[in-house]
Design a binder for this molecule. Structure first.
Ligand SMILES: [Zn+2]
Length: 162
């Protein structure tokens, strides 16, 4: 059974959702689909120039996972540019970053806000009241608030949280 994918934290919705080669009718074009988190990886690595470690923390994924997302994003953009395909940006598995995230303790149900961008992953956060593990979190603003996140999701080997 594959593990449930953990949603990635994304700063903004894409400003533009669709690109195509000029002068070619849409019906003749093949579409390459870039997910919103793949676009976010491009932004963090290639525009902001973050180290993969820092970019991974921003998106709340492991570094190898970030590397995979970025590599796939590069591949898709390259295919669209080189082979003249339309590029659509949509979908994926993500939530929008708010100014703060809401963490909730599994042990005592205490919940608190953690500022975004501290690099603290929900799975690594510890309850300030009882020291328990964090069960789930969401963004204070953002549409996918309070994503369910099994606390054991982050405790396994770091390698494949894909
Ligand atoms: Zn607690």
């Amino acid at each position: 059974m594959p593990r449930p994918r953990k949603p990635r934290c994304v700063r903004d919705e894409p400003a533009f959702g669709f690109f195509k080669p000029q002068g070619v009718p849409l019906r003749e074009l093949e579409l390459v689909s870039l997910s919103v988190e793949e676009l976010e990886a491009l932004r963090l690595a290639d525009i902001d120039g973050l180290y993969q470690e820092d970019a991974a923390a921003q998106m709340e994924v492991s570094r190898p996972t970030f590397h995979r997302i970025l590599k796939e994003a590069h591949r898709k953009v390259a295919i669209a540019l080189v082979e003249g395909k339309a590029l659509g940006i949509e979908g994926g598995d993500y939530f929008l970053a708010g100014d703060t995230r809401i963490f909730e303790c599994v042990e005592c149900a205490y919940s608190w806000e953690e500022p975004f961008g501290t690099g603290v992953r929900a799975c690594e956060a510890v309850c300030p009241k009882c020291g328990g593990a964090v069960a789930r979190y969401g963004c204070a603003r953002g549409r996918a608030a309070r994503q369910g996140l099994g606390s054991q999701d982050c405790r396994g080997p770091r390698m494949d949280r894909g």
